[in-house]
Design a protein around this ligand. Sequence first.
Ligand SMILES: NC(=O)c1ccc[n+]([C@@H]2O[C@H](COP(=O)([O-])OP(=O)(O)OC[C@H]3O[C@@H](n4cnc5c(N)ncnc54)[C@H](O)[C@@H]3O)[C@@H](O)[C@H]2O)c1
Length: 255
Amino acid sequence: MFELKDKTIMVTGGAQGIGKAISTALAGQGAKVAIADIDETAAAQTADELSQQNHKVMAVQTDITDPDKVKQSVARVKEAFGGIDVLVNNAGWDRMIPFVDTTPDFWDKVIDINYKGVLNCVYAVIHDMIDKNGGKIINISSDAARVGSSGEAVYAGAKGAVISFSKSLAREVARNQITVNVICPGPTDTPLTQQMQAESEFAQKVLSKMDKVIPLRRTGTPEEIAAAVVFFASKEADFITGQTLSVSGGLTMSS
Ligand SMILES: NC(=O)c1ccc[n+]([C@@H]2O[C@H](COP(=O)([O-])OP(=O)(O)OC[C@H]3O[C@@H](n4cnc5c(N)ncnc54)[C@H](O)[C@@H]3O)[C@@H](O)[C@H]2O)c1
């Protein structure tokens, strides 16, 4: 059992996929979880499901690309659950398209959600964390950022920026007892990867080969990513900061 009882945790993109598994796992450890998602209906549905299991959860509609909305969402969470102890930046978006076929509008969307969204959410919580001398930030990047991924050049760049930002921020706020860590999922079965495959033959071709490419011979489950988040969020991880952990069946191996 990891020590998370009564911690207030905000999970962006918590309504479905990896974010839903993260919200479920954190709530299961006794945390008060705010499911912050652009999809209000799905967020409310996930919050209902978890409330029925006697977990302390709330749904909060937000758009991580809009700094004002993020600020309002954080204020709502603070009012309902108290100050945010842990922020999990999980919301993300991608489509698998070779770079030569992408457009500047597509780059903006990918960078706004996957990189600037993280900046907006961190900015909205970090001043309070500094004031209370403690907090944890967990950013969901991707193994695409560590080794590259065909058809995901802009996404991999944005997720790489998340890693570099996290390491730099970890250095800046360590004196305030705030830790910043990154988890890099490999291919994981979620609505995102299902949608990518449904929309593109190229994505279908690349993702269907993953069972052969991944050393452990399978893709991951959202619950396996969530387990790593629970650890980084817990008191047991107090002395770990600036680290990047792949949860990807050995797809990338680091020193
Ligand atoms: N699934 C994978 O194979 C995989 C691999 C590596 C990294 N990741 C990363 O894991 C995270 C979760 O991915 P997933 O596969 O569960 O995706 P998903 O699409 O299934 O879920 C993402 C959630 O984020 C929400 N969201 C999207 N844009 C938002 C915005 N602007 N503001 C607030 N919420 C928003 C969506 O409504 C959705 O509920 C993402 O950061 C993704 O890049 C996923």
